[in-house]
Design a protein around this ligand. Structure first.
Ligand SMILES: NC(=O)C1=CN([C@@H]2O[C@H](COP(=O)(O)OP(=O)(O)OC[C@H]3O[C@@H](n4cnc5c(N)ncnc54)[C@H](OP(=O)(O)O)[C@@H]3O)[C@@H](O)[C@H]2O)C=CC1
Length: 419
């Protein structure tokens, strides 16, 4: 079975609070808060859970924020005085975060990626640009729910997993408010760590394959026999967060999967169940892939981008990349000129690709919709989807987690453990 072979690089629950300088700062701050109210604070450092309860009673929480764009090491800052988010509609819920992954987009957003569009959307929804909490996917527990949510749907105390749309305040803080369409009960067979590492990357892979790529219909894609028999998909960058989930989704559908990765990751991808794994650092892989014939989809999870589709001699019906230039062009040139650049880029690449190999070049995106979460939920519950977790960092060491993601060459996901 695929999941039995799944690779866990480091499942360390990482150190306890108090082991690092950073944590010393953290403890000092919170001990000061505690001395007037907590007997135990004088003898031992309070647990993060105790701190959470204490802060919450003041309407505050702790978390990691940025106050300006820049480099992660300088901008990501701890605060235990963040105002607790409050429910603003009957369909929202307040979730106590237990674990959350760090995605490349968190690092990119610190660098200012998408600032123009995302900030405009944030402000339109009544938000502010800074301070900004990052973090897009999480597992946790519901602590409050809006009046528009029945107990049949979700209840206070439920263990859940969810995502936060990219323009909203994120979940690298003790509590996060989310709309109910972004929140499902956590599959009981997933740990809080595994559950926190699937949804952002998984919804990206799902939307690339099903919304952009039309691999099957959105909800009916999973049939008892698999919907992908007879189809061939090449996954570039199979060792990363999106790639490791994409190959599992495809294998669960009965698709014939080909994958590229660096030599050190080849065994890991084989262990996920992929038969045809190619070393992209070997120049011969280009011809080897070409000799396979036509792919239904080439899925770029390696950041190769749109132009790459016309640099390689492979045959495909669709080349789908998650590295669209859309937000970058708007950041650089403003909305009108940026969108013009985007249209030119897409038309140019499609004209070239259609004329040489009758294949379409498309952009894929993370799309937070309940159909996608339901799809991932069903796969996870059938034991057909499990994230590869490269490393778990304790909440107090969140900057190290960001640092690891910014170094790239990821083998699966990086997770922050809040407990
Ligand atoms: N548009 C959207 O909404 C979204 C876009 N993305 C983008 O999708 C891409 C994948 O995301 P994610 O999986 O989270 O990123 P990761 O950083 O987790 O994974 C990227 C993987 O690709 C590998 N890689 C790099 N170059 C190549 C290559 N030439 N051939 C094969 N593998 C390669 C890397 O390892 P190594 O370098 O060691 O080979 C790494 O394992 C990223 O570029 C990300 O920015 C992701 C989510 C949403």
């Amino acid at each position: 079975m695929v999941l039995a072979k799944c690779v866990r690089f480091t499942a360390s629950a990482a150190g306890k609070f108090g082991q690092r300088d950073l944590l010393g700062n953290f403890r000092n701050l919170t001990t000061a808060t505690f001395t007037s109210t907590s007997q135990s604070s004088s003898t031992s450092a309070p647990s993060h859970e105790q701190q959470r309860r204490q802060h919450a009673s003041y309407g505050k929480m702790s978390g990691w924020q940025i106050h300006a764009y820049g480099v992660p090491q300088e901008e990501i800052q701890f605060s235990d005085g963040i105002k607790m988010p409050i429910l603003r509609s009957p369909t929202q819920l307040l979730v106590k975060v237990k674990a959350s992954s760090v995605n490349p987009i968190d690092v990119a957003m610190i660098n200012g990626y998408g600032a123009s569009v995302l900030n405009a959307m944030r402000c339109k929804d009544g938000g502010i640009e800074f301070p900004l909490v990052l973090g897009r996917d999480f597992s946790g527990e519901i602590v409050q729910k809006g009046l528009g949510i029945s107990s049949r749907e979700l209840e206070v105390g439920d263990e859940v997993w969810g995502v936060v749309p990219v323009h909203l305040q994120g979940c690298h803080a003790d509590y996060v408010v989310v709309e109910k369409y972004c929140l499902f009960k956590k599959p009981s067979n997933l740990s809080k760590i595994d559950a926190s590492a699937i949804l952002y990357a998984g919804l990206t892979a799902w939307s690339g394959l099903y919304i952009t790529g039309h691999l099957g219909d959105l909800l009916g894609a999973i049939s008892p026999v698999g919907g992908g028999a007879g189809k061939k998909v090449l996954v570039l960058g199979a060792a990363g967060g999106v790639g490791t989930l994409a190959v599992q989704m495809l294998l669960a559908e009965g698709v014939e999967v080909f994958a590229t990765c660096a030599p050190d990751a080849m065994q890991m991808i084989h262990n996920l169940g992929v038969k045809y794994v190619l070393d992209y650092t070997d120049p011969a892989h280009v011809q080897n892939v070409a000799s396979v014939g036509r792919f239904d989809i080439v899925l770029d999870c390696a950041g190769k981008g749109t132009d790459y589709a016309n640099e390689i001699p492979w045959l495909f019906d669709q080349y789908i990349t998650f590295n669209s230039p859309v937000l970058k062009n708007i950041d650089a040139d403003g909305f009108a000129a940026g969108m013009y650049q985007n249209a030119v880029n897409l038309v140019r690449n499609n004209a070239a690709s259609l004329s040489t190999r009758q294949g379409l070049v498309k952009w894929g995106y993370f799309v937070p919709v309940p159909q996608g979460i339901a799809y991932l939920q069903r796969l996870a519950e059938k034991d057909k989807l499990l994230p590869v977790v490269e490393k778990v960092f304790p909440f107090a060491n969140t900057p190290e987690a960001y640092e690891r993601v910014s170094q790239k060459h990821l083998r699966g996901k990086v997770v922050i453990d809040f407990e």
